[in-house]
Write a protein that binds this ligand. Structure first.
Ligand code: C2E
Ligand code: MG
Ligand code: MG
Ligand code: MG
Length: 292
C-alpha cells in the first residue's frame, strides 16, 4: 500500500489509484507542485434555460491532468486536498482562473454568462474568503454579478451564525449563491430560508429516474414548488434525456445541466459550443422575422 512506499521507491501498478494519488500528494507537496506545473485545468459545463434552451451559465469543474497518472477526477483528489489544507491555494486558483476566463470570454464577444465555482467545506471556513474573492474580482475586472458560488448543505449547517454573516458579505459584494447537490444533506427548505441564497441545484440522484420513479417525481415537484415560493431559482443536475426534460418542464423547473446538452468541456471546446449556440439563437430570430 502507498503508505508503506518509501521516498525512493517507484510506484508499482498494483496499488490502489487512491493510494497512489494520496502518495503523490503527501510526498513532497505534490499538489502545490501540480499548481505550479499547470497540471490543473477548469472545464465548463453549460447551464441551459428550459423555456428556450439557451445557455445562460456554466459551472467550472476542475480537472487534474497528471503527467504519469493521466486524468484524475475531482472526486478523487478534492477530499485529499481538503485533508492536507492544499484546498486553500487550489480553491483560490480555481476562483482566479474562472474569473480570468469570464473576462476573456466577454472580451471575445461571447454573450455574458454567469460562471459558478464549487467551494469546499474547509475553503468556506477560511476567514478571509470574502476578501480574497473581492480581490480577485477587482484584479480581473469581472463584474460580481457574473460569479456564482456553489455551497453544500453541510457547509451551511456547520456554524449557522458565522455562516449567515459570510453569506451576507458575499451578497453585499454582488456574488450569487447556490446550494449544490440539494436533497442529499440534512437541511430542509424551511431551514434554508434563513440563508441569503438564490439558487437550488437538485442533486442528480433525484433527476436520474424522473418519469420512471413516482417517488422521485414527487420529491422534485415539491422541491421546485417550495423553492419557487421562497423565490429561489431551481437547476436540475444530471439531465441526460428528453423524458426528464418533459417532466421538469411540467414542474416549471427553470434551468438544467447535464450530458443531454453537453458534458463539461475544455475552454476551447466551450468557446466553440457558445459560438454555435449564438448562431442557433440568431437564426431562430431571423427565421421568426422572415416568417412574418
Ligand atoms: P458537482 O459540483 O455536483 O458537479 C456536477 C458533477 O456531475 C460533475 O462531475 C459533472 O461532470 C457531473 N455531471 C454533469 N452532468 C451529468 C450527467 O448528465 N450525468 C452524469 N452522470 N454526471 C453529470 P465532476 O466534474 O467529476 O465533479 C465531481 C464533483 O467534484 C463536483 O460535483 C464537485 O463537488 C467537485 N468539484 C469539481 N470541481 C471542483 C472545484 O473546483 N472545487 C471544489 N471544491 N470541488 C470541485
Ligand atoms: Mg457543483
Ligand atoms: Mg452537484
Ligand atoms: Mg458536489
Amino acid at each position: 500500500r502507498a503508505k508503506s512506499i518509501g521516498h525512493n521507491t517507484s510506484f508499482v501498478f498494483d496499488v490502489d489509484m487512491i493510494d497512489t494519488i494520496r502518495a503523490h500528494l503527501t510526498l513532497g507537496g505534490g499538489l502545490r507542485k501540480a499548481i505550479e506545473e499547470e497540471e490543473f485545468e477548469l472545464f465548463y459545463q453549460p447551464k441551459v434555460r428550459l423555456s428556450d434552451e439557451v445557455t445562460v451559465g456554466a459551472e467550472a469543474l476542475i480537472r487534474w491532468f497528471h503527467p504519469e497518472l493521466g486524468l484524475i477526477s475531482p472526486d478523487q483528489f478534492i477530499p485529499m486536498a481538503e485533508e492536507s489544507g492544499m484546498i486553500l491555494p487550489l480553491g483560490e486558483w480555481v476562483i482566479r482562473t474562472a474569473c480570468k476566463q469570464i473576462k476573456t470570454w466577454q472580451d471575445q464577444g461571447i454573450p455574458p454568462i454567469s460562471v459558478s465555482v464549487n467551494l469546499s467545506g474547509r475553503q468556506f471556513m477560511q476567514t478571509d474568503l470574502v476578501e480574497m474573492v473581492a480581490q480577485v474580482l477587482e484584479e480581473t475586472g469581472v463584474d460580481s454579478q457574473y460569479l456564482e458560488l456553489e455551497l453544500t448543505e453541510s457547509m451551511l449547517m456547520a456554524d449557522a451564525q458565522q455562516t449567515i454573516e459570510k453569506l451576507h458579505a458575499f451578497r453585499k459584494l454582488g456574488v450569487t449563491l447556490s446550494i449544490d447537490d440539494f436533497g442529499t444533506g440534512y437541511s430542509s427548505l424551511a431551514y434554508l430560508k434563513k440563508f441569503p441564497i438564490q439558487t437550488l441545484k437538485i442533486d442528480r440522484s433525484f433527476v436520474n429516474d424522473l418519469g420512471i420513479s413516482g417517488g422521485d417525481d414527487a420529491i422534485v415537484k415539491a422541491t421546485i414548488a417550495m423553492a419557487k415560493s421562497l423565490n429561489l431559482k431551481v437547476i436540475a443536475e444530471g439531465v441526460e434525456n428528453r423524458s426528464q426534460i418533459d417532466v421538469l418542464n411540467g414542474f416549471q423547473c427553470q434551468e438544467v445541466q447535464g450530458y443531454l446538452f453537453a458534458k463539461p468541456m475544455s475552454n476551447k471546446d466551450f468557446v466553440h459550443y457558445m459560438k454555435t449556440q449564438k448562431m442557433v439563437n440568431v437564426s431562430d430570430v431571423l427565421s421568426s422575422v422572415t416568417s412574418t
